[in-house]
Design a protein around this ligand. Sequence first.
Ligand code: SF4
Length: 403
Amino acid sequence: MSERPIEEPPPRIAGAEPPASLYVHFPFCVHRCHYCDFSVHRTTAPPVIEWADCIEREVDQWFRRTGWSRPIALETLFVGGGTPSLLGDGMLRLREVLGERFDLDSAAIEWTAESNPASLDETVAGSWLGAGVNRLSVGVQSFDDDVLRWLGRLHDAAGARRALAAARSAGFESLNADLIFGLPTSIERQWGREVEAILESGVTHVSTYGLTAEPGTPLRRRVRSGDVDMAGGESYAREYLAAVEALEDAGFEHYEVSNFALPGHECLHNWHYWDGSAYLGLGPSAHSCIGGVRVWNVFHWAAYRRALTDGGSALEGHESPGAGESRLERLWLAFRTNRGLALDDPLAESVRAHAGGLIETWRRAGWMETDEARVRCTTEGWLRLDELVAALDGRMPNADFDE
Ligand code: SF4
């Protein structure tokens, strides 16, 4: 696939406020899972130094094009992938690169890194703590060996337990596990037992994602050829609701459609996306939103590396959303979290003026709830989030939107 970087984003970005939130993409995995559509380059020997050099060049371009001064005070840093645990102590090199440009010394920064159980051990976890990482996310996905084999993961259930134990014994107090649900029913998965296992593992945060057959993935081709039957809506809803019930009973707050946290362990980084704050993304496929402009990088590692080593930019495109698009996005972001929309927000006033009847119908159906300050989705509402938001948006005239 050919990817052509553009020269520069629009001038609106110059002089924009610096972001409080930074994402860095590490695009390397030993093996590609058949459902994955992320920017991933398959290798057993990731070029860590070359990648960190590219990140350094890219971040310096951002400082030049915006006029930001060093150091920027960050609230959150998220190193995702890919498989960042293949970085090993390369995280210290990333800290050097970023530490010269961002203030990483504040104890208040939430620094998350993603990991794969197959490459996370106590040495990696200990080295990351030393670099400043204080929140670890582990791609557990399942505690069933058959399920993990079907997903094409490199670890088994014992490996997932070992990785979580290594993270805890290294000293991580804030620990997320990702779990996938909504697998084909032919796998006959014992979902309830897996949720219990995650609760016994001592994590402080759980992210549950429904499996989807994304375009261009081997899974999508298998679904098209009739080789795989994706889970129907009923089984998807049953597993989702079972996870919500078990996690809430164990004291986890369901604070976003896919995310659950013990008190004090919500992912602040994601809140920056959901509340519409500016954010900067570095690395192949990374997206940024700076000065109200959305900007994204070329997708593949090879194109990204080439652009930056040739002295060019890795940016591939940009867009400034119009009023209607911004409204749809704000509705979708607001209703996916348990904060919902504040009733004194002009957008909520517009919703009530044009779609108050729908909200009332959904409230009676148990899909939305309101109190004196906010309107939000219930768990049942989150199961149909896209439909609800599209219906609300469809009721409102663009002229009524006050950006
Ligand atoms: S480990 Fe994660 S990023 Fe890598 S291929 Fe699998 S799903 Fe994709």
